[in-house]
Design a binder for this molecule. Structure first.
Ligand code: ZN
Length: 409
């Protein structure tokens, strides 16, 4: 029998569960230690710890205190793991809880978090997605359903003290270049809402003052939000502390490349079944600085796509030099404009790009001055034909349904 070594009670605050933490720090104590070769199950809160509700208001997305995220399960110690090793993690399976078979997608207000297209969607909005086994659909986004490519948005090992100091130094320096920017350039340590797992007393207070926030992906992996790091994948994580200290959370039922809406994919609580092994001294042997992984043998079998191009010329017509970020934004905006012709609101189209198994590709980065990015929209997820043709687009989405919006206060 496989042990469930971290359990969560969704009716309890994650701050009351000492097998959960929401900062990265080398001194956070292991909640359990396993041997190489072991398999085990961890339960996870959704990334907000249950703050977002299944209802018709986006006030929760507007009002959430983003310094509380992400609630992670762990850290799990692995016997014999030493700095310089690679921790080999097989993601054997992931699932939603039978008693909580829904997830959410939101757009944060520009004043509280923002998102990839925050200039176009400056106010909080939220769609609810029902999970039916391996499929999902939303009462707020009709005409579309798809199979989930379930994955942890966030997974990685604890940083060493040196690595943590490097993160804090470089991110603090970036914030200093424009400290009043909205949304901010990065998030500095913030002890008030830190959850440091089982740490207590002075040691806890000191660690909370420097513990890194969990928002960005970093050398250890962390919040990479890679949809293909899904059940069936094998991931090789750099180890920085004795015992490795593997933590994870931010489970996604499905996500488009880029997680462009930021809140985010289809976010859900659930369970994850893992197996761990060690590759001794693997970082030096393979020249590894960031994680590498092998994809799952199982994927939703969507094979037909409508592919939108974008170049590094922005919405105002300004030329940018080989800026992939601008190019991908244009590809996304082009897809949204197209989907509106079939009756979707801009918000519904944005939510589809954030949640469905949409692919993003960097197509060209050398043809000065324009980079080219492409957004691959699977056509088979729609319940009507979205291909261009001589008859023109047919308005196929029932009117009168949209994604709840919460105006800024
Ligand atoms: Zn997420």
């Amino acid at each position: 029998m496989t042990d469930t070594i971290v359990k969560v009670d969704l009716s309890q605050s994650p701050y009351e569960n000492d097998m959960i933490h929401n900062r990265w720090h080398p001194d956070i104590p292991m909640v359990a230690t396993v041997k190489p070769g072991a398999d085990f199950i961890l339960e996870c809160y959704d990334w907000t710890g249950g703050f977002i509700k299944n209802d018709e208001s986006a006030a929760d997305v507007r009002d959430i205190d983003l310094s509380i995220v992400h609630f992670l399960s762990g850290p799990i110690g692995v016997e014999g793991a030493e700095p310089g090793d690679l921790l080999v993690v097989d993601i054997l399976d992931i699932g939603a809880f039978a008693h909580n078979s829904w997830g959410f997608n939101g757009f944060f207000s520009k004043k509280n978090g923002g998102g990839f297209l925050t200039e176009h969607f400056p106010q909080a909005q939220k769609s609810i997605w029902d999970i039916h086994g391996m499929f999902t659909r939303s009462r707020h986004v009709p005409g579309v359903s798809f199979a989930g490519l379930i994955h942890p948005g966030l997974i990685g090992c604890l940083p060493s003290a040196d690595l943590l100091a490097k993160w804090n130094a470089r991110e603090t320096a970036l914030i200093a270049t424009n400290p009043t920017r909205v949304p901010p350039l990065a998030n500095p340590p913030f002890p008030t809402t830190a959850h440091m797992g089982r740490m207590k007393g002075d040691a806890r207070a000191q660690a909370a003052a420097t513990g890194a926030r969990t928002v960005p992906p970093r050398e250890h992996g962390g919040n990479c939000d890679i949809k293909d790091l899904s059940r069936g994948a094998r991931v090789f994580f750099p180890v920085y502390v004795k015992g490795a200290g593997l933590s994870m959370g931010d489970l996604h039922f499905s996500q488009g490349d880029g997680e462009i809406t930021f809140c985010g994919a289809i976010e859900m609580p659930g369970w994850i079944h893992l197996k761990v092994e060690l590759l001794k001294d693997g970082m030096a042997k393979y020249g590894i600085k960031n994680p590498i992984f092998k994809p799952s043998p199982i994927k939703p079998a969507y094979s037909d796509y409508l592919i939108f191009e974008g170049i590094s010329v922005d919405e105002q017509g300004e030329q940018h030099y080989l800026d992939v970020n601008v190019a991908y934004r244009q590809a996304c905006l082009n897809a949204i404009e197209y989907l509106k012709k079939f009756g979707y609101s801009a918000a519904q189209a944005y939510a589809i790009l954030g949640t469905a198994p949409v692919q993003g590709h960097i197509s060209g980065v050398v043809d000065i001055p324009n980079s080219c990015a492409t957004l691959w929209l699977p056509t088979e997820i729609f319940e009507f034909d979205i291909n261009p043709g001589a008859a023109g687009p047919k308005r196929s989405v029932p009117p009168g349904i949209d994604i709840p919006l919460a105006p800024d206060l």
